[in-house]
Design a binder for this molecule. Structure first.
Ligand SMILES: Nc1ncnc2c1ncn2[C@@H]1O[C@H](COP(=O)(O)OP(=O)(O)OP(=O)(O)O)[C@@H](O)[C@H]1O
Ligand SMILES: [Mg+2]
Length: 232
């Protein structure tokens, strides 16, 4: 099993109240699949991705990714885990504004042990001809394509995408979904994409639906549709 999650719980203390973001999740995920985590705002999607990504710590439970017990790692080992195994894509791109497109990609490539060729990856996302531009010279959709290239160039075992289309218009959102589909197929990268957009889940191999921090649906999608057929 590539990812094993057992009895995962996370709460946040806000003043006098305790907020339960995740309430005892347990599930397994296979390598090389495209997963969509669905759920309304506040259901725990980001919390789950952050714990999987070693950015946040659970109160209880265990997370194993590729044989590595993420919940038992110290902060140095966690940094290594993030650098070597993971690619992140966020809603608001998170590019380094003072670096060009190519430099942005090089800056994550060097973190990985067996990264891909920056040129190949930038060509895959259709941004090679923009390689010398700075992020402020790009549209939102173009910035997100560079953000995907930064994640993909590391050839990560796992890509965590938190609302990657959340800030994009329909056309650009579709381009990003198509790219992620392509990355999943071409590099067999396991992708976990969090969204509140139900339509997107139709392209996944499995749907994980969260409600108030609980897993209320864990269903195979026997006929994932191509990204271009996802409409909303
Ligand atoms: N750092 C934090 N401090 C306090 N509460 C938090 C923190 N992070 C998340 N929460 C709370 O935990 C719950 C789950 O939040 P989370 O961000 O995981 O939801 P989400 O499904 O990603 O929502 P959205 O679709 O709005 O991004 C919410 O009630 C949220 O307010
Ligand atoms: Mg979120």
């Amino acid at each position: 099993m590539f990812i094993e999650i057992r009895a995962l719980s996370k709460s946040y203390q806000v003043g006098a109240t305790k907020i339960y973001a995740l309430r005892g999740l347990s599930f397994d995920l296979d390598e090389g699949k495209f997963y969509v985590v669905l759920g309304p705002s506040g259901s725990g999607k980001t919390t789950l991705l952050n714990i999987l990504g070693g950015i946040d710590k659970p109160d209880l439970g265990r997370v194993i990714v590729g044989g590595e017990n993420v919940t038992a790692l110290n902060s140095k080992a966690l940094t290594n885990y993030r650098r070597r195994k993971l690619g992140f894509v966020f809603q608001f791109y998170n590019l380094v504004n003072s670096l060009t497109v190519l430099e942005n990609v090089l800056s994550t490539k060097y973190l990985a042990q067996d990264g891909l060729e920056p040129r190949e990856v930038l060509e895959t996302v259709g941004m090679w001809e923009h390689k010398d531009k700075f992020p402020f010279e790009l549209s939102g959709g173009e910035q997100q394509r560079v953000a995907i290239a930064r994640a993909v160039v590391k050839n990560p075992a796992l890509m965590l995408c938190d609302e990657p289309t959340g800030a994009l218009d329909y056309e650009n959102a579709k381009v990003v979904l198509k790219l992620l589909e392509n990355v999943n197929k071409k590099y067999e990268t396991t992708i976990i994409l969090a969204t509140h957009n139900t339509a997107i889940s139709r392209m996944s191999h499995k749907i994980l639906r969260l409600r108030s921090g609980e897993l209320v649906e864990y269903a195979d999608n026997p006929l994932p549709i191509p990204a271009e057929e996802v409409i909303w």
